[in-house]
Design a protein around this ligand. Sequence first.
Ligand code: PGA
Length: 260
Amino acid sequence: MKKNIQTTSTHKKLNLFQDAEAASLFVAHQIAELIREKEKQAKPAVLGLATGNTPKGVYQELIRLHRNEGLSFKNVISFNLDEYYPILPDDQQSYTYFMRQYLFKHVDIKPEQTHIPHTDFSEEGIAQYCQDYEDKIQSLGGMDFQLLGIGRNGHIGFNEPGSDFESKTRLVNLDSLTREDAKAAFGSLDKVPEKAISVGVQTISKAKKILLLALGERKSEIMQQAINGEITTEVPASFLQSLSQAEFVLDASAARGLSS
Ligand code: PGA
């Protein structure tokens, strides 16, 4: 059921950049600063991480900072937003594989401190699994930082249109547009899983800092709705308008549709 939020105090903090590289560097440097700050305090940095094309430049810069500027991931504890269900961690379309390829194998993060929803078991155990995933995040005090991309339908994580703002980690049905966009990676639509495990909108909203990164022309229409449209469960990213700790980071192409 569609729900809207009426609020007079929206935040909508925008960070606009000329191109994808500049936007990605901005995000990477915020993450690096947080990791270093937490390291100084001898505390873990709890990061919520995203997959897809969008964060690749962010991870590339973090790898560069690790190699050339001594950034260590030893105190990082990471939780990924989502994973297809069912899928095997070694499948090339899995987000476990993605994170290994694009970040984890290039830095000194401890494997036991990385978390990605694993789904290689029957649907019966999933509710408990999701509860445990949620509890683990909250037992660490929630995410210090959450990186988000956005789907063309406004999803954040795999919180598809219609996701409740109170939702927590759970098994979800994937939206047809999400499956369509995943077709290229899987080869054909019938190979794209119909379900996934995703942290919830509420889980995301508890993060102390949230950056949603949107790059390219194909995101411009949905960014207009997410930033300037009504706050509605039909566009889950629009909920970020109501969170003072959330910011939008866009390149010029993604920002093209924004009207004042
Ligand atoms: P993309 O996906 O970065 O591959 O565009 C983003 C998302 O669906 O969240």
